[in-house]
Ligand binder design. Structure first.
Ligand SMILES: Nc1ncnc2c1ncn2[C@@H]1O[C@H](COP(=O)(O)OP(=O)(O)OP(=O)(O)O)[C@@H](O)[C@H]1O
Ligand SMILES: [Mg+2]
Length: 267
């Protein structure tokens, strides 16, 4: 049965699609059979990113660019059992699903099929608001909010359907080198929340121009690691690559149960 990894957050523009492509490609590079599904029907960034990759591969004969298999369907008009057939019963080892920055009916259903949800947050207290209502003066957590409740419901739906559980990783994206105070406050609140609402805090990603530059060619950081790809590696990629490796290592840990049979090793 395929392992389903969902990139989700009720907030837009936090890096879901960017990280979904990076993880999908990195896992494909490790020899896993990876399927890609875009649950963001309107925006379709995941679709476009992977389409750009296909065009780049065919226009430059970059044979050494392993890629996920993009699966296209009218996801939003499917019944739950049809979705289940495409997700968990897929012949892929891993299904990577991107979702929109709003909780559409499709996104809610997709979340309930997850083995693992990855939630990138912009490094701001405004973004933290989707997870918890935090007292602005004391930093005290008053109560979990929308997206945390959604995860809780998804976990209940999943448990009732097949007795399975959903792991959850929350990580900060676009970390600025400058704002040390905000970083500390965020880290502190996230740690408290992790224990309270049940997620692991993942390694963060810095604010790096490289992420915006790769989209048009559909490339990811892992593509630059492979000498056969013919792509030039520069020093500016090194820190970003390490961040990606750290995330892959955490995913491998979270998914070791599901991927034990697949020779999965963090890159
Ligand atoms: N670590 C980063 N450093 C710099 N830019 C980044 C980083 N991560 C993502 N971006 C850029 O931020 C923008 C939003 O990223 P992305 O589209 O992946 O977010 P999203 O959560 O999928 O958004 P949406 O909710 O609209 O689908 C893009 O321009 C992307 O290139
Ligand atoms: Mg997106």
């Amino acid at each position: 049965m395929a392992t389903v990894i969902i990139f989700g957050n009720e907030k837009g523009g936090t890096g879901k699609s960017t990280l979904a492509v990076h993880v999908a490609v990195a896992l494909a590079r490790q020899g896993l059979n990876v399927a890609a599904i875009d649950g963001d029907i309107n925006q379709g960034s995941f679709t476009k990113y992977l389409a750009n990759r296909s065009s780049f591969v065919s226009s430059t004969s970059q044979a050494a660019l392993p890629s996920p298999t993009f699966i296209s369907h009218e996801w939003d008009s499917m019944s739950e059992s049809e979705l289940a057939r495409h997700l968990t019963n897929s012949s892929a080892d891993v299904v990577i699903v991107d979702t929109p920055g709003a909780l559409t009916p499709l996104s809610k259903t997709l979340h309930s099929f997850a083995d693992l949800v990855v939630t990138p947050l912009n490094d701001s207290l405004v973004d933290l608001d989707v997870l918890a209502d935090v007292d602005p003066d004391t930093g005290e957590i008053r109560k979990p909010s929308h997206y945390a409740e959604r995860l809780w419901k998804a976990r209940q739906t999943r448990a009732a359907r097949d007795g399975g559980s959903i792991s959850w990783i929350v990580l900060r994206n676009r970390l600025s080198a400058l704002d040390a105070h905000n970083k500390r406050v965020m880290a502190d609140i996230l740690d408290k929340l992790a224990a309270r609402i049940g997620f692991d805090v993942g390694p963060g990603f810095g604010e790096r121009v490289i992420f915006r530059e790769l989209f048009l060619q559909g490339l990811t950081l892992s593509d630059f690691e492979d000498r056969e790809s013919g792509l030039a590696w520069t020093l500016s990629h090194v820190a970003a690559r390490q961040e990606l490796r750290d995330l892959l290592a955490l995913l491998a840990e979270g998914l070791s149960r599901d991927l034990a049979a697949s020779d999965f090793e963090p890159g």
